[in-house]
Write a protein that binds this ligand. Structure first.
Ligand code: PEP
Ligand code: MG
Length: 580
């Protein structure tokens, strides 16, 4: 029977294939007593299983490091740490002795307890660490019992994986030529697994809640990773539609890849910098693959998520330098930490807030925790040796805040000079414009900074008073609201008067329906999701600046959102998702 489900779209693309359902294999707590004389042998067996698991993980670590780089392989270092946690090793030995129970009994109980203690933690990112513990638990259990879960590395046929959740190690070890997509009950947009799916460009939908009970092995499924839609047992019409969609996507990408080496410029030769947004340094390769020039937004806070400790200066330095090396000689704009809001870290010792988006977020948090901020600034400055890095502060609300942040940056620079550590002294410094108080004082801010980058996601949220993660209000979230368009104009004019450039790195920049309008409003740089680069480039290369300016003028003269939507729908010949 045909069934459809909606989840959270985390990695775009369409795939039609056969389901492989990975049963949720929680470890059974089997209470098995052992005679006194077997205790020593039991402890040996347990230690051997731990050692074999360590060897397996170390091998996986080396393999992944070679294949996709250091960042993802760090997961395994964390796994090795969990393995040496006393709760999982010496405590188990102690209880085998005192309770005279089998290693499996004591070990499975210890893992389940550890998982439970994590499951009650409010912080989503820490909670997601339970996957790592489960993952380790399963591996040790397998080495103890000899029962082998079909690992994703052993899959023979092309499949779409359905699982309650996938651990990061499942995701990085899966055979990429066989696993064509995946769907999970759990997970969110920022989980490591979702980030890796995007980096590998595998269509994925997560947060499906109860999909495991709805799908059987071998059933045909369609995964639409762009819409977050799953169709189980599709009917002939679905298959026809999605095969067409796949063909269109293939054709489009072949067509668009021809644009890869061409610059982002209008028909009459106006150059627009076309950059990509990244969350982890490996994505820099994707940015180039899709034909962008550089990186317009490196969301550095992702290095801080999904872990229990803070990244060291060295770790941050390596990550920034890796991105700068991949993109060299083109620019990489590194945004300083934007933690807070929906990216909460409980280990910073901060209290939960009623309205986190209006609370201690981004630059506010960095100013409140200068040691955290200065460590990051040192790492960025040290990585600037190739001279292609620019720094950008998020959530600046006014000039005082910028001055305070810049003072800390100057302090770090002076420390580096004293220590004879090289950095790019001429590095450009910009701010994100994402709060109306910043757009309304853009004339003052423009005198202080080298550039602006408009963060439309937050600018819309704060201007229209619509929580960007609240699905109930999503229908009112619209970049075409006259209040947004007017602010863009104010910001561009203020910057240009001071000879400064203005970019946009919010999602509005990724929508090709807005590309002509944005350059017509005077935006100099667009930084989009890597996959969006070719389509945006195509639009830029099909208009003249005069046409773009005409669109902007017409739109600014309109009185309300409905009129703007109607006009933009006609400009885009019906293809504009925010116009309907
Ligand atoms: C934005 O707000 O538009 C932006 C690019 O920043 P983020 O989405 O990371 O808040
Ligand atoms: Mg923002």
């Amino acid at each position: 029977m045909r069934k459809t489900f909606r989840g959270i779209a985390v990695s775009a693309g369409v795939i039609i294939g056969r389901a492989l359902v990975l049963p949720d294999q929680e470890m059974l707590v089997i209470k098995k007593a052992i005679p006194e004389e077997n205790i020593a042998a039991e402890i040996n067996r347990f230690n051997e299983a731990l050692e074999n698991t360590r060897i397996e993980i170390a091998a996986m670590h080396a393999k992944i490091k070679k294949e996709i780089g250091g960042k993802h392989s760090n997961i395994f270092e964390a796994h090795l740490l969990i393995l040496s946690d006393p709760a999982l090793s010496s405590d188990v030995v102690k209880h085998i002795k005192s309770e005279k129970l089998s290693a499996e009994s004591v070990f499975s109980r210890a893992v389940n307890r550890l998982v439970e203690s994590f499951a009650n933690i409010e912080d989503e990112y820490i909670r997601e660490r339970t996957n790592d513990i489960r993952d380790i638990g399963r591996r040790v259990f397998k080495n103890l019992t000899g029962s082998i879960r079909e690992t994703l590395a052993d899959i023979k046929d092309e499949v779409i994986i359905f699982a309650r959740d996938l651990s990061p190690s499942d995701t990085v070890t899966m055979k990429r030529d066989k696993v064509k997509g995946f769907c999970t009950d759990l997970g969110g947009k920022t989980s490591h697994t979702a980030i890796i799916a995007r980096a590998l460009e595998i269509p994925a939908v997560v947060g499906l809640q109860n999909i495991l009970n709805q799908v059987r092995d071998g059933e045909t499924v369609i995964v639409d990773g762009s819409l977050g839609l799953i169709i189980i047992n599709p009917v002939e019409e679905d298959l026809k539609l999605y095969k067409q969609k796949q063909e269109e996507l293939l054709k489009q990408s072949a067509e668009l890849s021809k644009l890869r080496k061409l610059p982002g410029e209008t028909l009459d030769g106006y150059r627009i910098e076309l950059n990509g947004n990244i969350e982890i340094e490996d994505e820099a390769k994707l940015v180039l693959k899709h034909g962008a020039t550089g990186i317009g937004l490196f969301r550095t806070e992702f290095l801080f998520l999904n872990r229990l400790d803070l990244p060291t200066e060295e770790e941050q330095y390596k990550s920034y330098l890796a991105a700068a090396e991949i993109i060299f000689p083109n620019p990489v704009i590194i945004r300083t930490l934007d933690l807070g809001g929906d990216k909460f870290l409980s280990h910073l010792g901060l209290s939960k807030e009623e309205n986190p988006f209006l609370g201690l977020r981004a630059i506010r948090l960095c100013l409140a925790r200068p040691e955290l901020f200065k460590t990051q600034l040192r790492a960025i400055l040290r990585a600037s040796e190739l001279k292609n890095i620019k720094i950008m502060f998020p959530m600046i609300s006014g000039v005082e805040e910028f001055i305070k942040a810049n003072k800390l940056l100057e302090e770090v620079k002076s420390d580096l000079r004293k220590a004879n550590i090289k950095f790019d002294d001429a590095m450009e410094l910009g701010i994100m414009i994402e709060i109306p108080s910043a757009s309304l004082t853009a004339d003052i801010l423009a005198k202080e900074v080298d550039f602006f980058s408009i963060g439309s996601n937050d600018l819309i949220q704060y201007t229209l008073a619509i929580d960007r993660v609240n699905t109930n209000m999503a229908h009112m979230y619209n970049p075409l609201h006259p209040a947004i368009l007017r602010q863009i104009k104010i910001v561009v004019e203020a910057a240009h008067r001071e000879g400064k450039w203005v970019g946009m790195c919010g999602e509005m920049a990724s929508d090709p329906a807005f590309s002509a309008l944005l350059i017509g409003l005077g935006i100099d740089e667009l930084s989009t999701a890597p996959v969006a680069v070719p389509e945006v480039k195509k639009v830029l290369r099909s208009v003249t600046m005069a046409e773009a300016k005409n669109i902007a003028e017409k739109v600014l003269a309109l009185n309300n959102l409905e009129e703007v939507k109607k006009y933009m729908l006609s400009v885009n010949k019906g293809s504009c998702k925010y116009c309907k």
